[in-house]
Write a protein that binds this ligand. Structure first.
Ligand code: PLP
Length: 423
Protein backbone atom coordinates (compact mmCIF):
# COMPACT_ATOMS: atom_id res chain seq x y z
CA UNK A 1 0.00 0.00 0.00
CA UNK A 2 1.77 3.14 -1.13
CA UNK A 3 0.55 6.62 -1.76
CA UNK A 4 2.81 9.15 -3.39
CA UNK A 5 3.95 11.87 -1.03
CA UNK A 6 2.31 14.52 -3.17
CA UNK A 7 -1.01 12.69 -2.93
CA UNK A 8 -0.81 12.67 0.86
CA UNK A 9 0.14 16.27 1.24
CA UNK A 10 -2.11 17.48 -1.55
CA UNK A 11 -5.14 15.59 -0.31
CA UNK A 12 -4.91 17.34 2.97
CA UNK A 13 -4.41 20.83 1.77
CA UNK A 14 -6.01 21.12 -1.60
CA UNK A 15 -6.11 19.24 -4.84
CA UNK A 16 -5.28 19.88 -8.43
CA UNK A 17 -2.34 21.46 -10.13
CA UNK A 18 -3.76 24.93 -9.75
CA UNK A 19 -3.64 24.63 -5.97
CA UNK A 20 0.11 24.80 -5.58
CA UNK A 21 -0.47 27.83 -3.38
CA UNK A 22 -2.89 26.03 -1.11
CA UNK A 23 -4.56 28.35 1.37
CA UNK A 24 -3.82 31.37 -0.77
CA UNK A 25 -6.77 33.60 -1.60
CA UNK A 26 -4.71 35.80 -3.85
CA UNK A 27 -4.51 38.49 -1.17
CA UNK A 28 -1.27 39.53 0.47
CA UNK A 29 -0.54 37.67 3.70
CA UNK A 30 -1.18 39.64 6.87
CA UNK A 31 1.70 41.78 8.10
CA UNK A 32 3.01 41.11 11.64
CA UNK A 33 1.03 44.16 12.86
CA UNK A 34 -2.19 42.88 11.31
CA UNK A 35 -1.54 39.53 12.91
CA UNK A 36 -1.58 41.09 16.38
CA UNK A 37 -4.61 39.45 17.96
CA UNK A 38 -7.13 41.13 20.23
CA UNK A 39 -6.93 40.19 23.93
CA UNK A 40 -7.55 36.50 24.53
CA UNK A 41 -10.79 35.65 26.32
CA UNK A 42 -10.90 31.85 26.52
CA UNK A 43 -14.64 31.92 27.27
CA UNK A 44 -15.41 33.68 24.00
CA UNK A 45 -15.14 31.57 20.81
CA UNK A 46 -14.77 34.67 18.62
CA UNK A 47 -11.77 35.71 20.71
CA UNK A 48 -10.34 32.17 20.49
CA UNK A 49 -10.69 32.25 16.69
CA UNK A 50 -9.10 35.71 16.58
CA UNK A 51 -5.90 34.30 18.08
CA UNK A 52 -5.26 32.48 14.79
CA UNK A 53 -3.70 34.19 11.77
CA UNK A 54 -5.85 32.05 9.47
CA UNK A 55 -7.24 33.90 6.46
CA UNK A 56 -10.57 35.34 7.64
CA UNK A 57 -11.93 35.11 4.10
CA UNK A 58 -11.92 31.33 4.24
CA UNK A 59 -13.88 28.85 6.36
CA UNK A 60 -11.17 26.47 7.57
CA UNK A 61 -12.62 22.97 7.72
CA UNK A 62 -9.25 21.31 7.10
CA UNK A 63 -7.34 23.00 9.93
CA UNK A 64 -6.76 19.63 11.59
CA UNK A 65 -4.57 18.44 8.70
CA UNK A 66 -1.63 20.59 9.74
CA UNK A 67 -1.92 23.22 12.40
CA UNK A 68 -2.02 26.95 12.16
CA UNK A 69 -0.93 28.22 15.59
CA UNK A 70 -2.72 30.57 17.94
CA UNK A 71 -0.93 33.77 18.93
CA UNK A 72 0.75 32.52 22.15
CA UNK A 73 2.33 29.63 20.23
CA UNK A 74 3.51 31.93 17.45
CA UNK A 75 4.97 34.28 20.05
CA UNK A 76 6.77 31.45 21.86
CA UNK A 77 8.26 30.13 18.61
CA UNK A 78 9.47 33.62 17.72
CA UNK A 79 10.91 34.13 21.21
CA UNK A 80 12.88 30.86 21.12
CA UNK A 81 13.98 31.44 17.54
CA UNK A 82 15.28 34.92 18.32
CA UNK A 83 17.16 33.68 21.39
CA UNK A 84 18.69 30.77 19.48
CA UNK A 85 19.68 33.07 16.64
CA UNK A 86 21.28 35.51 19.02
CA UNK A 87 23.20 33.19 21.37
CA UNK A 88 22.55 29.55 20.50
CA UNK A 89 24.94 27.99 22.98
CA UNK A 90 23.90 30.33 25.78
CA UNK A 91 20.16 29.72 25.27
CA UNK A 92 20.64 25.95 25.11
CA UNK A 93 22.64 26.09 28.34
CA UNK A 94 20.17 28.15 30.36
CA UNK A 95 18.82 26.83 33.63
CA UNK A 96 15.21 26.31 32.58
CA UNK A 97 14.92 22.98 30.84
CA UNK A 98 12.46 23.96 28.13
CA UNK A 99 12.20 20.43 26.77
CA UNK A 100 11.16 19.08 30.18
CA UNK A 101 8.68 21.93 30.52
CA UNK A 102 7.09 20.89 27.23
CA UNK A 103 7.12 17.21 28.22
CA UNK A 104 5.48 18.04 31.55
CA UNK A 105 2.80 20.13 29.85
CA UNK A 106 1.92 17.38 27.37
CA UNK A 107 2.00 14.69 30.06
CA UNK A 108 -0.39 16.75 32.19
CA UNK A 109 -2.76 17.13 29.25
CA UNK A 110 -2.57 13.45 28.34
CA UNK A 111 -2.90 12.38 31.97
CA UNK A 112 0.25 10.24 31.97
CA UNK A 113 3.44 9.95 33.98
CA UNK A 114 5.94 12.42 32.55
CA UNK A 115 8.70 9.79 32.70
CA UNK A 116 6.80 7.60 30.22
CA UNK A 117 6.39 10.24 27.55
CA UNK A 118 8.67 10.55 24.53
CA UNK A 119 8.60 13.73 22.43
CA UNK A 120 8.63 13.17 18.68
CA UNK A 121 8.23 15.12 15.47
CA UNK A 122 4.94 13.49 14.42
CA UNK A 123 2.49 10.63 14.80
CA UNK A 124 4.37 8.85 12.04
CA UNK A 125 7.68 9.14 13.88
CA UNK A 126 6.04 7.71 17.01
CA UNK A 127 4.64 4.76 15.09
CA UNK A 128 8.04 4.25 13.46
CA UNK A 129 9.82 4.25 16.84
CA UNK A 130 7.30 1.82 18.27
CA UNK A 131 7.24 -0.66 15.39
CA UNK A 132 10.98 -0.22 14.83
CA UNK A 133 11.77 -1.13 18.44
CA UNK A 134 9.04 -3.63 19.35
CA UNK A 135 10.56 -6.86 20.61
CA UNK A 136 8.71 -9.93 19.34
CA UNK A 137 9.41 -13.54 20.24
CA UNK A 138 9.46 -16.40 17.71
CA UNK A 139 5.98 -17.19 16.45
CA UNK A 140 4.42 -13.99 17.78
CA UNK A 141 2.30 -11.96 15.40
CA UNK A 142 0.69 -8.58 14.94
CA UNK A 143 -2.93 -7.71 14.25
CA UNK A 144 -4.03 -4.49 12.59
CA UNK A 145 -7.06 -3.38 10.60
CA UNK A 146 -8.06 -2.37 7.09
CA UNK A 147 -8.76 1.19 8.27
CA UNK A 148 -5.32 2.43 9.27
CA UNK A 149 -3.07 5.14 7.93
CA UNK A 150 -0.45 4.53 5.26
CA UNK A 151 2.31 5.39 7.76
CA UNK A 152 1.12 2.64 10.09
CA UNK A 153 1.18 0.05 7.32
CA UNK A 154 4.70 1.12 6.30
CA UNK A 155 5.91 0.89 9.93
CA UNK A 156 4.35 -2.56 10.20
CA UNK A 157 5.96 -3.66 6.93
CA UNK A 158 9.31 -2.69 8.46
CA UNK A 159 8.48 -4.58 11.64
CA UNK A 160 7.56 -7.68 9.60
CA UNK A 161 10.79 -7.44 7.58
CA UNK A 162 12.85 -7.04 10.76
CA UNK A 163 11.23 -9.76 12.89
CA UNK A 164 9.57 -12.07 10.38
CA UNK A 165 6.31 -11.68 12.34
CA UNK A 166 3.13 -12.02 10.31
CA UNK A 167 0.94 -8.89 10.26
CA UNK A 168 -2.73 -9.68 9.70
CA UNK A 169 -5.58 -7.23 9.07
CA UNK A 170 -9.22 -7.39 10.04
CA UNK A 171 -12.16 -5.34 8.78
CA UNK A 172 -13.99 -3.66 11.65
CA UNK A 173 -17.05 -2.49 9.67
CA UNK A 174 -18.41 -2.81 6.15
CA UNK A 175 -20.54 0.34 6.15
CA UNK A 176 -18.83 3.04 8.26
CA UNK A 177 -22.09 4.93 8.79
CA UNK A 178 -23.56 1.86 10.47
CA UNK A 179 -20.51 0.98 12.61
CA UNK A 180 -21.29 0.07 16.22
CA UNK A 181 -19.07 -0.29 19.26
CA UNK A 182 -20.17 -3.85 19.91
CA UNK A 183 -19.57 -5.02 16.34
CA UNK A 184 -16.14 -3.38 16.19
CA UNK A 185 -15.03 -5.08 19.41
CA UNK A 186 -16.43 -8.46 18.31
CA UNK A 187 -14.68 -8.31 14.93
CA UNK A 188 -11.37 -7.31 16.46
CA UNK A 189 -11.67 -10.07 19.08
CA UNK A 190 -12.24 -12.61 16.31
CA UNK A 191 -8.94 -11.59 14.69
CA UNK A 192 -6.83 -12.18 17.81
CA UNK A 193 -4.86 -15.40 17.78
CA UNK A 194 -3.11 -17.19 20.65
CA UNK A 195 0.25 -15.62 19.67
CA UNK A 196 -0.97 -12.09 18.88
CA UNK A 197 1.44 -9.82 20.72
CA UNK A 198 0.51 -6.45 19.30
CA UNK A 199 -2.82 -4.97 18.20
CA UNK A 200 -2.39 -1.76 16.21
CA UNK A 201 -5.40 0.48 15.58
CA UNK A 202 -6.29 4.08 14.83
CA UNK A 203 -8.48 5.92 17.35
CA UNK A 204 -10.36 8.04 14.80
CA UNK A 205 -10.14 6.82 11.20
CA UNK A 206 -9.07 9.59 8.85
CA UNK A 207 -10.63 7.69 5.94
CA UNK A 208 -14.17 7.42 7.35
CA UNK A 209 -14.40 9.40 10.59
CA UNK A 210 -15.25 6.29 12.62
CA UNK A 211 -14.00 6.56 16.20
CA UNK A 212 -12.97 3.24 17.72
CA UNK A 213 -14.11 2.41 21.27
CA UNK A 214 -10.55 2.16 22.59
CA UNK A 215 -11.66 1.69 26.18
CA UNK A 216 -13.92 -1.24 25.27
CA UNK A 217 -11.18 -2.73 23.08
CA UNK A 218 -8.73 -2.45 26.00
CA UNK A 219 -11.26 -4.15 28.29
CA UNK A 220 -11.72 -6.97 25.78
CA UNK A 221 -7.93 -7.40 25.56
CA UNK A 222 -7.65 -7.44 29.35
CA UNK A 223 -9.95 -10.48 29.32
CA UNK A 224 -7.89 -12.16 26.59
CA UNK A 225 -4.68 -11.39 28.49
CA UNK A 226 -5.93 -12.57 31.88
CA UNK A 227 -4.79 -16.13 31.19
CA UNK A 228 -1.57 -15.22 29.34
CA UNK A 229 2.00 -14.92 30.59
CA UNK A 230 3.17 -11.29 30.61
CA UNK A 231 5.48 -11.88 27.62
CA UNK A 232 2.57 -13.26 25.59
CA UNK A 233 0.01 -10.55 26.35
CA UNK A 234 -1.53 -8.70 23.42
CA UNK A 235 -0.50 -5.03 23.70
CA UNK A 236 -2.76 -2.30 22.31
CA UNK A 237 -1.03 0.40 20.24
CA UNK A 238 -3.09 3.38 19.09
CA UNK A 239 -2.52 6.04 16.46
CA UNK A 240 -4.42 8.69 18.40
CA UNK A 241 -3.82 11.73 16.25
CA UNK A 242 -7.45 12.57 15.44
CA UNK A 243 -8.65 11.91 18.98
CA UNK A 244 -5.92 13.68 20.94
CA UNK A 245 -7.10 17.22 21.86
CA UNK A 246 -10.39 16.61 20.00
CA UNK A 247 -11.98 14.15 22.44
CA UNK A 248 -12.21 14.84 26.17
CA UNK A 249 -10.34 11.89 27.65
CA UNK A 250 -7.03 10.90 29.20
CA UNK A 251 -4.74 8.06 28.32
CA UNK A 252 -5.65 6.32 31.58
CA UNK A 253 -9.30 6.37 30.51
CA UNK A 254 -8.39 4.93 27.13
CA UNK A 255 -6.61 1.95 28.70
CA UNK A 256 -4.24 1.31 25.78
CA UNK A 257 -0.56 0.36 26.09
CA UNK A 258 0.92 2.78 23.56
CA UNK A 259 -0.33 6.03 22.07
CA UNK A 260 1.23 8.03 19.30
CA UNK A 261 -0.07 11.43 18.16
CA UNK A 262 1.03 14.60 16.50
CA UNK A 263 0.62 17.76 18.55
CA UNK A 264 0.39 19.68 15.27
CA UNK A 265 -3.19 18.78 14.41
CA UNK A 266 -6.10 19.15 16.85
CA UNK A 267 -3.90 20.67 19.56
CA UNK A 268 -2.90 23.41 17.06
CA UNK A 269 0.64 23.04 18.37
CA UNK A 270 3.88 23.83 16.57
CA UNK A 271 4.35 22.09 13.23
CA UNK A 272 6.72 19.13 13.48
CA UNK A 273 5.84 18.09 17.03
CA UNK A 274 4.30 14.97 18.50
CA UNK A 275 4.33 12.39 21.26
CA UNK A 276 4.73 8.69 21.91
CA UNK A 277 3.54 7.32 25.24
CA UNK A 278 4.04 3.81 26.60
CA UNK A 279 2.51 2.32 29.73
CA UNK A 280 5.71 0.30 29.90
CA UNK A 281 8.73 0.72 27.65
CA UNK A 282 10.13 -2.72 28.47
CA UNK A 283 8.90 -4.34 25.22
CA UNK A 284 10.40 -1.57 23.06
CA UNK A 285 14.09 -1.26 22.19
CA UNK A 286 15.44 2.22 21.42
CA UNK A 287 15.65 3.02 17.71
CA UNK A 288 17.18 6.49 17.49
CA UNK A 289 19.89 7.32 20.04
CA UNK A 290 18.66 9.62 22.78
CA UNK A 291 20.40 12.66 24.27
CA UNK A 292 18.88 11.91 27.72
CA UNK A 293 20.44 8.68 28.84
CA UNK A 294 20.00 8.95 32.61
CA UNK A 295 16.35 9.88 32.87
CA UNK A 296 12.99 8.14 32.52
CA UNK A 297 12.19 5.63 29.76
CA UNK A 298 10.17 8.24 27.85
CA UNK A 299 13.14 10.60 27.80
CA UNK A 300 15.41 7.76 26.69
CA UNK A 301 12.98 6.94 23.88
CA UNK A 302 12.94 10.55 22.68
CA UNK A 303 15.09 10.77 19.55
CA UNK A 304 18.28 12.68 20.21
CA UNK A 305 20.03 15.07 17.90
CA UNK A 306 19.41 18.79 17.65
CA UNK A 307 15.89 19.64 16.61
CA UNK A 308 13.83 22.65 15.64
CA UNK A 309 13.73 23.38 19.36
CA UNK A 310 11.85 26.64 18.86
CA UNK A 311 8.92 24.46 17.79
CA UNK A 312 9.30 21.67 20.32
CA UNK A 313 9.52 24.08 23.26
CA UNK A 314 6.45 26.02 22.13
CA UNK A 315 4.29 22.92 22.66
CA UNK A 316 4.02 24.21 26.23
CA UNK A 317 2.05 27.26 25.06
CA UNK A 318 -0.19 25.10 22.84
CA UNK A 319 -1.16 23.02 25.87
CA UNK A 320 -1.67 26.13 28.00
CA UNK A 321 -3.92 27.62 25.31
CA UNK A 322 -6.07 24.47 25.29
CA UNK A 323 -6.13 24.28 29.06
CA UNK A 324 -7.26 27.89 29.33
CA UNK A 325 -10.24 27.13 27.10
CA UNK A 326 -10.88 23.72 28.64
CA UNK A 327 -10.51 20.31 27.01
CA UNK A 328 -14.16 19.55 27.76
CA UNK A 329 -15.37 22.79 26.14
CA UNK A 330 -13.21 22.23 23.05
CA UNK A 331 -14.43 18.65 22.65
CA UNK A 332 -18.05 19.78 23.10
CA UNK A 333 -17.60 22.57 20.54
CA UNK A 334 -16.17 20.10 18.03
CA UNK A 335 -18.92 17.57 18.64
CA UNK A 336 -21.69 20.19 18.47
CA UNK A 337 -20.48 21.35 15.05
CA UNK A 338 -19.82 17.83 13.74
CA UNK A 339 -23.34 16.76 14.73
CA UNK A 340 -24.86 19.86 13.15
CA UNK A 341 -22.87 19.22 9.98
CA UNK A 342 -23.92 15.56 9.77
CA UNK A 343 -27.56 16.44 10.38
CA UNK A 344 -27.41 19.10 7.68
CA UNK A 345 -25.64 16.92 5.13
CA UNK A 346 -28.10 14.09 5.77
CA UNK A 347 -30.95 16.30 4.51
CA UNK A 348 -29.36 16.67 1.06
CA UNK A 349 -30.69 13.89 -1.18
CA UNK A 350 -27.54 13.46 -3.30
CA UNK A 351 -25.25 13.27 -0.26
CA UNK A 352 -24.28 9.98 1.33
CA UNK A 353 -23.00 10.42 4.85
CA UNK A 354 -20.03 8.13 5.47
CA UNK A 355 -19.27 8.99 9.10
CA UNK A 356 -21.62 7.57 11.77
CA UNK A 357 -24.05 10.08 13.26
CA UNK A 358 -23.64 8.53 16.69
CA UNK A 359 -21.05 10.60 18.67
CA UNK A 360 -20.04 7.42 20.51
CA UNK A 361 -18.40 6.14 17.32
CA UNK A 362 -17.35 9.43 15.74
CA UNK A 363 -15.38 12.55 16.70
CA UNK A 364 -14.48 15.70 14.75
CA UNK A 365 -14.02 14.26 11.27
CA UNK A 366 -17.04 14.22 8.96
CA UNK A 367 -16.90 12.45 5.59
CA UNK A 368 -19.47 12.30 2.86
CA UNK A 369 -19.89 11.50 -0.81
CA UNK A 370 -21.74 13.94 -3.08
CA UNK A 371 -23.45 12.00 -5.86
CA UNK A 372 -20.72 10.72 -8.16
CA UNK A 373 -18.65 13.89 -7.84
CA UNK A 374 -14.96 13.19 -7.30
CA UNK A 375 -14.04 14.41 -3.80
CA UNK A 376 -11.03 16.26 -5.18
CA UNK A 377 -13.34 18.22 -7.50
CA UNK A 378 -15.73 18.92 -4.63
CA UNK A 379 -12.82 20.32 -2.61
CA UNK A 380 -11.86 22.57 -5.48
CA UNK A 381 -15.42 23.82 -6.07
CA UNK A 382 -15.96 24.54 -2.37
CA UNK A 383 -12.79 26.60 -2.28
CA UNK A 384 -13.29 28.43 -5.57
CA UNK A 385 -17.00 29.12 -5.29
CA UNK A 386 -17.66 29.21 -1.55
CA UNK A 387 -14.30 29.95 0.15
CA UNK A 388 -14.62 26.79 2.18
CA UNK A 389 -11.49 24.74 2.81
CA UNK A 390 -12.22 21.02 2.91
CA UNK A 391 -10.05 18.01 2.12
CA UNK A 392 -10.33 14.74 0.24
CA UNK A 393 -9.35 11.62 2.16
CA UNK A 394 -6.03 10.16 0.95
CA UNK A 395 -7.22 6.56 0.89
CA UNK A 396 -7.99 4.05 -1.88
CA UNK A 397 -11.68 5.04 -1.54
CA UNK A 398 -11.67 8.80 -1.24
CA UNK A 399 -14.39 10.92 0.37
CA UNK A 400 -15.04 14.61 0.90
CA UNK A 401 -13.88 15.46 4.44
CA UNK A 402 -14.58 18.27 6.90
CA UNK A 403 -13.06 18.90 10.30
CA UNK A 404 -14.98 21.44 12.38
CA UNK A 405 -12.87 22.74 15.23
CA UNK A 406 -12.23 25.79 17.41
CA UNK A 407 -11.39 27.78 14.27
CA UNK A 408 -14.81 27.19 12.70
CA UNK A 409 -18.28 28.24 13.84
CA UNK A 410 -21.79 26.72 13.76
CA UNK A 411 -22.74 29.43 11.26
CA UNK A 412 -19.93 28.29 8.97
CA UNK A 413 -21.18 24.73 9.36
CA UNK A 414 -24.53 25.90 7.97
CA UNK A 415 -22.69 27.58 5.08
CA UNK A 416 -20.97 24.27 4.32
CA UNK A 417 -24.32 22.47 4.20
CA UNK A 418 -25.73 25.10 1.83
CA UNK A 419 -22.63 25.01 -0.34
CA UNK A 420 -22.56 21.20 -0.57
CA UNK A 421 -26.21 21.27 -1.69
CA UNK A 422 -25.16 23.37 -4.70
CA UNK A 423 -22.39 21.04 -5.83
C1 PLP B 1 -4.66 8.53 11.10
C2 PLP B 1 -3.45 9.36 10.78
N1 PLP B 1 -2.28 9.07 11.35
C3 PLP B 1 -1.18 9.79 11.10
C4 PLP B 1 -1.20 10.87 10.25
C5 PLP B 1 0.06 11.63 10.03
O1 PLP B 1 0.26 12.48 11.11
P1 PLP B 1 1.69 13.10 11.43
O2 PLP B 1 1.91 14.18 10.47
O3 PLP B 1 1.58 13.59 12.82
O4 PLP B 1 2.66 11.99 11.28
C6 PLP B 1 -2.41 11.21 9.62
C7 PLP B 1 -2.57 12.34 8.70
O5 PLP B 1 -1.78 13.16 8.42
C8 PLP B 1 -3.56 10.44 9.90
O6 PLP B 1 -4.72 10.74 9.31
Amino acid sequence: MTLPRRALLGAGLATGAGMALAGCTGEAPATPEQRQPPPFDPKDWASVRAQFALDPNLAHFAAFVFASHPAPVRAAIERHRAALDSDTAGYLRQDIDLEEKARTAVAGYLGCNVLDLALTDSTTMGMGLLCGGMKLGPGQEVLTTEHDFVGTYAALDNLAARTGAPVRRVTLYDDPAAATEADIVTRLRAGIGPRTRMVVVTWVHSGTGVRLPIKAIAAMLAEVNASRDPAERALLAVDGVHGFAAVDTTVTDLGCDFLTAGTHKWLHGPRGTGLLWAKSWDPVAPVIPSFSLDEGPGQRATPGGYHTFEHRWAVTEAVEFHRAIGRDRIAARIQEQATRLKEGLATIPKVTLITPRDPAVSAGLVMCQVGDLMPANAVQALRDQHRIVASATPYARSYLRFGPSMVTTPEQVDQVVKAVATL
